[in-house]
Design a protein. Structure first.
Length: 318
């Protein structure tokens, strides 16, 4: 004999499960956070700043605390982790474990740093061609976009393809900027031929290591010669207008539009007067404009001692 359970009861249990996990059935909270050299062991990479396991464990604990208590996102694009093991240790931290994040990691192939782009998610992802997360290396790309990852998901009426990026550093270096432009062109191709071609709405997020000339920050509009962000927002050159917009436009005060700082005196925290910039971005398809509930850069999450970046967050109506 089959037990018939009214759909209303099933729906109530589903909503309750989301609330227990801290997720909202009405919105999708997406974050990008450069977590600064999250390695599995302090000795695995000679570029990371951790002197010993104790200092690394402290860093891991603090990242977990910020993600759990402050960010509390449904999907997080995490930058500067170096392995799946490093992320497994992170999500196992007591502060973060109750949120039930699943790890979606793919090796970047970046020989210089070993850093990867990965996602943590509390919502189910779509399986595409047998995988939940993957890298795409378009044929004939002039400069390798090594640090990126793509995931797909459905949430309510949202059908999103997320491209996480970590572009080449140093926005004021002309030689590196030209390489970053080539990386942006590769990103455009991924958006067009992978995300849009599959019928998903694109969201591009991460550490672009460059400024958006269309979005004023604390010191006004960046130099118009910075074209990397515009290049990604205009991923379809067959159309006249930009296809993506920067979620930071919805942050009312330009004084709050900064996501990273330069630790000039190397004391592992942000001090008043140290240079700040907005190099972390979440770019949204224009069709999502009416679904933006909130955008913020969480400066309250930490004082600069946890990372030299702050989390960027956008909340979308499902």
């Amino acid at each position: 004999m089959f037990l018939r359970i009214p759909y209303a009861i099933i729906f109530c249990f589903a909503v309750l499960a989301l609330q227990v996990a801290g997720a909202s059935p009405a919105s999708l909270r997406i974050a990008s956070f450069n977590i600064e050299w999250l390695v599995a062991t302090a000795s695995e990479n000679n570029m990371d700043p951790w002197k010993d396991e104790e200092s690394l464990e402290h860093h891991r604990r603090e990242i977990a605390r910020v993600l759990a208590e402050k960010v509390h996102a449904d999907v997080v694009c995490v930058l500067e982790s170096t392995s799946k093991l490093a992320l497994e240790k992170l999500v196992s931290e007591p502060a973060l474990k109750p949120l039930g994040y699943r790890i979606y990691h793919v090796e970047s192939g970046d020989d210089a740093t070993g850093q990867d782009v990965a996602f943590l998610s509390r919502v189910p992802l779509d399986r595409v061609e047998g995988r939940f997360v993957f890298r795409v290396e378009p044929k004939g790309s002039k400069d390798r976009l090594t640090k990126h990852a793509v995931i797909y998901l459905h949430a309510g009426k949202l059908k999103l393809g997320l491209l996480g990026l970590h572009l080449l550093a140093h926005p004021e270096d002309k030689r590196r900027t030209s390489k970053r432009m080539l990386q942006a062109k590769t990103a455009d191709e991924i958006i067009r031929k992978e995300i849009v071609a599959r019928g998903y709405v694109p969201v591009v997020l991460g550490d672009f290591n460059d400024f958006d000339p269309d979005v004023a920050g604390p010191e006004g509009f960046p130099d118009r010669r910075h074209k990397v962000l515009r290049g990604v927002k205009d991923f379809d050159k067959q159309h006249d207008d930009l296809e993506l917009f920067n979620a930071a436009e919805r942050i009312e005060s330009p004084a709050e539009r900064y996501s990273a700082y330069w630790d000039k005196n190397k004391n592992d925290r942000w001090d008043n007067g140290e240079p700040i910039s907005m190099i972390d971005h979440i770019l949204l398809d224009n069709s999502l404009s009416s679904r933006v509930i909130n955008t913020e850069i969480l400066h309250s999450a930490h004082d600069g001692s946890v990372s030299d970046h702050w989390p960027v967050i956008v909340e979308l109506a499902r």
